[in-house]
Design a protein around this ligand. Structure first.
Ligand code: ADP
Ligand code: MG
Length: 313
């Protein structure tokens, strides 16, 4: 990318938790430290970077703590868990990025913005929540949480899991703070975990129990900050056609129409690769120059369109 060009990089929550996915603190810190290396290279090359990140495994862990401690400490709502993970992952990113830049002789300030994302209280996700979060519990345990007003669903032999709404993100509400920090020369981390979901009601905003897809939120933020490029970094190098079948093959440089056709034919997992492809397509359709989906290690090449699944205007 050219000096002064802006890239929005979305770091995958699963790719940032260490190989076994348990999200132990050291594993998270190491994974974040590895993730920011290519980011620091871009910054050192004069590219303007805006970062966002996922939080699925981290929120899953917080929910387990809430659930196990429910008799002792009142469980906190899902939007609070989202806010907590923005702060913890944000601080890891601050430390790691400043360290990686210092190693390159680059001095830039970094800031994390606690970010709310507007959703519609009438989103179909709220009447029929389908996004499973947290771990499996027995029917008896699930019943206890259902009595608290939560939605739980049986997943057969595996047990019961809480299901929550995953409404469409409509607006990154704290984007103005991001603009101000960017104008002041900061590298900004924002909309972590897709943002804390809020609805508009008489008199103001209110947090709601939901999770927002971070890839869909990332493309909104990318458009808001007029990024030329969106890089969605996850734990695979490409989106695949025929994923999980013997004939699976990586999708390299492609087109919006081709990606839409693959999506319609069911090639991408719902809630995982599906929203990444949707985010990439929306960004380019809305005027973005390039969107790429790749692994953390290939962020730099993907930003130039030379790695991963790439679509260009
Ligand atoms: P992140 O935490 O980065 O958002 P996800 O787990 O949500 O990561 O999405 C990445 C995962 O999507 C991959 O690890 C893979 O298991 C899954 N996936 C589903 N469909 C595909 C596909 N067609 N090609 C590649 N990966 C896919
Ligand atoms: Mg994901």
């Amino acid at each position: 990318m050219a000096k002064g060009e802006r890239v929005l990089i979305a770091l995958g929550g699963n790719a940032m938790t260490g190989p076994d996915g348990t999200a132990a603190p050291d594993a998270q810190r190491h994974a974040v430290e590895a993730a920011v290396e290519p980011v620091a290279d871009l910054v050192a090359g004069g590219v303007e970077v805006v970062l966002t990140h996922g939080n699925g495994p981290q929120v899953g862990n917080l929910l387990i703590k809430n659930q196990l401690a429910a008799r002792v400490v009142p469980p906190v709502p899902l939007d609070w868990c989202g806010a907590q993970t923005q702060a913890t992952i944000g601080v890891l990113l601050l430390n790691a990025l400043q360290r990686a830049m210092a190693a390159r002789g680059v001095e830039r300030q970094v800031a994390v913005v606690v970010t709310r994302t507007l959703v519609d209280g009438g989103d179909p996700g709220f009447t029929d929540p389908v996004k499973p979060v947290g771990r499996y519990f027995s029917a008896r345990e699930a019943e206890r949480f259902r009595a608290l007003g939560q939605n739980w669903r049986s997943f057969g032999a595996k047990g019961w899991r809480r299901v929550v709404a995953s409404p469409e993100p409509l607006e990154i509400l704290d984007a103005a703070a991001v603009d101000t920090l960017l104008a002041a020369g900061f590298i900004v981390v924002a909309a972590g975990g897709g943002g804390v979901p809020v609805v508009r009601e008489e008199g103001g905003l209110r947090g709601v129990e939901a999770v927002i897809d971070k890839d869909l939120a990332a493309q909104l933020l990318a458009r808001h900050v007029a990024a030329t490029t969106l890089v969605i970094a996850t734990d695979v190098e490409h989106a695949m056609a025929g994923y999980g079948t013997p004939g699976e093959r990586p999708i390299g440089r492609t087109t919006v129409a081709q990606l839409r056709a693959y999506a319609a034919a069911g090639h991408f997992g719902g809630g995982s690769m599906g929203p990444k492809v949707e985010a990439a397509v929306r960004f380019v359709e809305a005027g973005g120059r390039r969107a790429a989906i790749t692994s953390l290690a290939l962020i730099g090449d993907a930003a130039d369109g030379n790695a991963g699944t790439v679509i260009e205007r």
